[in-house]
Design a binder for this molecule. Structure first.
Ligand code: SME
Length: 152
């Protein structure tokens, strides 16, 4: 199972303490996009201080215009409010969705908690319809928990 192989590699990236937080996050994006065939855009969004908006952090994939997303808008903005994983098997069936590319068929967003507070998220787009399972959720929760340990 690919996720079992990737977990120690995530831990290795996190442990490289001579690197900046953004370097760690960028390396995680590169690893995931390269190694998981159904991950086609991988990025992090973080809460912008006390403002109710998300700002795009490191990512791999097509450039997006959506570098700032208000809370409540799109899949990402809804997760900022709900504090829950959001798995979208078919983005065309979502009313509250921000399209980045017509190639995208599905999306998964997992919140990142620091001291119990939702401070951001990992966002993954897939060009494959309905590709995400509970294995993806458990693995990405692992990634988010590791990321939480290096955030300022
Ligand atoms: N589709 C997201 C917007 C971000 S892009 O996927 C990079 C959303 O609906 O929130």
């Amino acid at each position: 199972m690919i996720f079992d192989t990737l977990k120690p590699q995530i831990e290795l990236i996190i442990s490289e303490d001579q690197k900046s937080v953004n370097d760690h996050l960028q390396n995680i994006c590169v690893l995931l996009e390269k190694r998981v065939p159904h991950y086609n855009w991988v990025g992090f969004y973080f809460r912008n201080g006390k403002k109710e908006e998300l700002v795009l952090g490191p990512y791999v994939g097509a450039p997006t215009d959506h570098t700032v997303i208000p809370f409540g808008k799109g899949i990402c903005g809804q997760v900022a409010v709900s504090n829950k994983n959001f798995v979208v098997p078919d983005v065309s069936a979502q009313d509250n969705y921000i399209a980045c590319s017509i190639a995208v068929k599905a999306e998964i967003v997992i919140p990142i908690f620091v001291n119990g507070e939702n401070i951001g998220q990992i966002d993954i787009d897939s060009n494959t319809p309905d590709p995400f399972t509970q294995e993806d959720e458990r693995f990405l929760e692992f990634v988010c928990a590791k990321v939480a340990t290096i955030l300022p």
